[in-house]
Design a protein around this ligand. Structure first.
Ligand SMILES: [Zn+2]
Ligand SMILES: [Zn+2]
Length: 297
């Protein structure tokens, strides 16, 4: 289990000194200070279960002091945190209505500091987020889910994906040298409507890239979080991981036939804005996917 580092409010931070404004932590070590790197730490605080802590209290946050998540407001109530770092991580999407905030796909744990910084720049603290929903359980989307759960965010993924995670899906984490997140599935994502606070979503089952993948649609905004089913530029999710199938992925594309999508937000790549662009982009991806399946070569 990943450890949430708690702090004693009132202590001065060993590294940041005054800059920490009385936010201290017991886990930061004096190593960076001795090396004269104290300026590297951003003056950013986040809140975990109502307690404020410095961002650098996360053990791996040093890797991501600079935020590589670029935040764009897609439409009122929808923020897209597009991953622009060098290594692979997923995009993150935030839905907001009144006091209800839902996060979709929080990415790798070792890159979480970047996302939290970006959220913080938008004035969003972790403890204001009601739910963290996941399109699927691959490490680049799901690795940080247990951390979010420990911070009080309710976590949801499909039951099928949960089973996959406990089986061969877990192998991918070991491949990346990470532990399989120990997460309680508090919001099982099954096909149909899902109401969380003031936000009503539609969940679509879209296996192929992984057995229990889902797409998450906010009807009111006509926004689709497509996970790794379909990407911009005619791309689609790879299916050569354990449990993947190109034919099943192609079948999953049928959900797009009846869905009006103004904003297509995929797990990787840029946002596609506008109905016509979305239709065109999905068509291109679908044709490319068909070509892979039916290629005589
Ligand atoms: Zn994936
Ligand atoms: Zn991915």
């Amino acid at each position: 289990m990943k450890k949430v580092p708690w702090i004693n409010i009132g202590k001065k931070c060993k590294i940041l000194g005054k800059k920490a404004k009385n936010l201290g932590c017991d886990v930061c070590t004096p190593i960076s200070y001795e090396n004269g790197n104290s300026d590297k730490f951003p003056d950013v605080k986040v809140s975990v279960e109502g307690r404020e802590i410095c961002l650098h209290t996360w053990e791996l946050v040093e890797d991501s002091l600079k935020s590589f998540h670029s935040c764009v407001e897609i439409c009122p109530g929808v923020k897209f945190f597009e991953w622009r770092g060098y290594e692979n991580d997923s995009n993150t999407i935030l839905f907001e209505k009144g006091d209800t905030r839902i996060l979709v796909d929080s990415g790798h744990f070792h890159l979480l500091g970047s996302l939290l910084k970006s959220l913080d720049d938008e004035g969003i603290l972790l403890d204001s987020i009601k739910a963290g929903l996941y399109t699927h359980c691959h490490p680049d989307h799901f690795d940080s889910a247990d951390f979010l759960q420990q911070a009080g965010v309710k976590i949801g993924l499909s039951k099928k994906e949960e089973d996959y995670l406990r089986g061969e899906g877990g192998l991918l984490f070991r491949f990346f040298g990470a532990d399989v997140p120990e997460v309680k599935n508090e919001i099982p994502l099954e096909k149909g409507k899902l109401k969380l606070g003031k936000i009503e979503l539609s969940i679509f089952s879209t296996p192929g890239h992984s057995p229990g993948s889902v797409c998450i649609y906010w009807d009111e905004k006509k926004v689709l979080c497509a996970g790794d089913v379909v990407f911009p530029d005619g791309a689609f999710g790879r299916c050569d991981f354990p449990g993947g199938s190109y034919q099943i992925l192609l079948d999953s594309f049928e959900i797009f036939d009846d869905l009006e999508i103004d904003y297509l937000l995929s797990g990787h790549g840029y946002a596609i804005i506008g109905k016509e662009n979305v239709v065109k982009s999905i068509k291109e991806s679908r044709n490319n996917l068909r070509a892979v399946i039916f290629s005589p070569w």
